[in-house]
Design a protein around this ligand. Structure first.
Ligand code: BG6
Length: 484
């Protein structure tokens, strides 16, 4: 099964923050891999824009070194690297001053798609949009790509939306949530809406509960300043976890198109019950023998920012009333593991009697690592001894099922950037969606603050604070293990 590469017409892409961390680690390597895949036609241009005083040759040398570090094995192909560097340009620009703007506008070609990637702090978004407009760079084929954090709360997100809307139409604004670009996250939609098997069971009549876990082993060192001001609720729950929740819970859109999909996601967020104090557990990691604790990582011994959050959510609509959804995310946990588990109810009656035990089907969508799907089925344990039942996974690891193609999938940034160029907003967040997510999370954060307690400490390498386990135990359920 060969992957299909559809080249896109030549375009101009300007990366503001072209020397920054995200550009070095993600955006430039992603562009390079798309170049290697043959998706960029002759004439395509990528322009780095940042404060640093590089000339084009200097910028190319900088990018060369970053590709070697971050672009994986592809960067060993010196011809491809040279070819990619050839399409790079650079402009020294002052994002909140006047330096470099006329040069930039002269570098761009008319009559073709031009995308401006705002890989800079959110305080610069408004100024960038305004200057692009003022310098005549915001024509109909222009698009802006905006990174998170998109606001700090609903009020700031709304102001940001209003500012961007003064200079660009909503169809020109691409708000990135890189989780939506992950292959397995898209597979969620394929599994739900491409198969007859699951959809009839996808409701509170058959689903006992759903668990969403995004566990990381990394701490926050190196990005402490940003993180300490955000915490797990704003950094992960408001965006990535909320998006996963929407995709797993939404109604089938009438077609796979940007607004049809985003309308359905929005309805899920709006149907969420407000979270009370008892529905949220926050935690903060301790030091262990070899690694510093949260306080040392952010350089503030008094910080009360959470590095872990577990929540019990309820969607009040016909499909989900009575089926809780548990979500959790945290840093410095036992393993890096992201998955969604749909836990079905037990059969209404066991013909095998009580000694056969209790069993249930669980559909697990493994987002990372080891992407794939498991469906836990109950079968008879082989051999004599009567009807003993066991649960075994029907395992579809994509790498096994699809062969080399499964390993060669574009990463989230590759896919999302090319979607921007193609003008496809399906995997990007709409203004109302972002505001609705904040509208739900703001009061949840207020509820947590009302408790007047710091987040609960948890051991590095654990599954989070004990109280997070209790969140499910009190409902007679338990979290799936976070194990490597
Ligand atoms: C980012 C968060 O959006 O996502 C980080 O700011 C987090 O804190 C990261 O580590 C996780 O992304 P991934 O793709 O590694 O799961």
């Amino acid at each position: 099964m060969a992957s299909r590469i559809i080249p896109v017409d030549p375009f101009d892409l300007v990366v503001f923050g072209g020397t920054g961390d995200l550009a070095r680690r993600k955006i430039l390597p992603a562009l390079f891999r798309r170049y290697c895949a043959g998706q960029m036609q002759d004439g395509t241009r990528i322009i780095g824009a940042a404060r640093a005083e590089y000339d084009t040759e200097g910028y190319r040398a900088f990018v060369h070194d970053e590709l070697v570090e971050f672009a994986g094995p592809a960067a060993q192909d010196t011809d491809q690297v040279a070819g990619f560097l050839d399409i790079l340009d650079y402009v020294a620009i002052d994002a909140d001053g006047e330096l470099g703007w006329s040069e930039l506008s002269q570098m761009l070609s008319e009559e073709r798609v031009r995308a401006f990637y705002f890989s800079v702090g959110p305080e610069l978004f408004g100024g960038l949009a305004e200057r692009l407009h003022r310098h005549g760079m915001a024509h109909g084929e222009s698009r802006i790509v905006v990174e998170k954090p998109f606001g700090h709360d609903q009020a700031t997100a709304r102001r940001l939306n209003e500012t961007l809307a003064e200079h660009f139409e909503e169809v020109q604004i691409y708000r990135i949530d890189h989780y939506l670009g992950k292959e397995t996250v898209q597979n969620l939609m394929a599994i739900r809406f491409g198969n007859m098997l699951f959809e009839p069971l996808w409701n509170s009549q058959y689903v006992d509960h759903i668990q969403i876990t995004v566990a990381e082993t990394v701490g926050v060192a190196g990005r402490g300043e940003y993180y300490d001001n955000a915490g797990a609720m704003r950094d992960m729950v408001q965006n990535h976890l909320m998006q996963l929740l929407c995709l797993i819970a939404m109604e089938p859109p009438s077609k796979f198109d940007p607004d049809a999909l985003r309308d359905e996601k929005l309805k899920v967020i709006r149907a969420l019950d407000p979270a009370g104090q008892d529905d949220i557990v926050l935690g903060q990691y301790r030091a262990d023998a070899t690694r510093p604790g949260y306080h040392e990582d952010v350089g503030d011994p008094d910080s009360t920012t959470e590095s872990f959050a577990a929540l019990r959510l309820q969607i009040s609509n016909w499909r989900w009333a009575g089926t809780p959804i548990y979500v959790r995310t945290g840093k410095r946990l036992r393993a890096r593991k992201s998955e969604i588990a749909v836990v079905f109810k037990e059969t209404p009656h066991s013909i095998f009697g009580p000694e056969a035990g209790r069993h249930r089907n669980i559909l697990t969508i493994r987002l990372q690592p080891n992407e794939g799907i498991d469906l836990d089925m109950t079968i008879k344990e082989p051999g004599p001894g009567g009807m003993r039942l066991v649960d075994v996974p029907l395992d579809m690891t994509f790498a096994k099922a699809l062969g080399p193609d499964a390993e060669d999938v574009p990463d989230a940034y590759e896919r999302l950037i090319m979607d921007v160029i193609r003008g496809n907003q399906t995997l990007f967040m709409r203004d109302d969606e972002v505001e609705a997510a904040w509208a739900w999370i703001d009061p949840a954060i207020v509820e947590c603050n009302k408790r007047g307690q710091p987040p609960l400490p948890y051991d590095a390498g654990s599954s989070g604070p004990e109280e997070a386990l209790a969140l499910m135990h009190r409902d007679g359920r338990r979290w799936r293990e976070i194990k490597p």
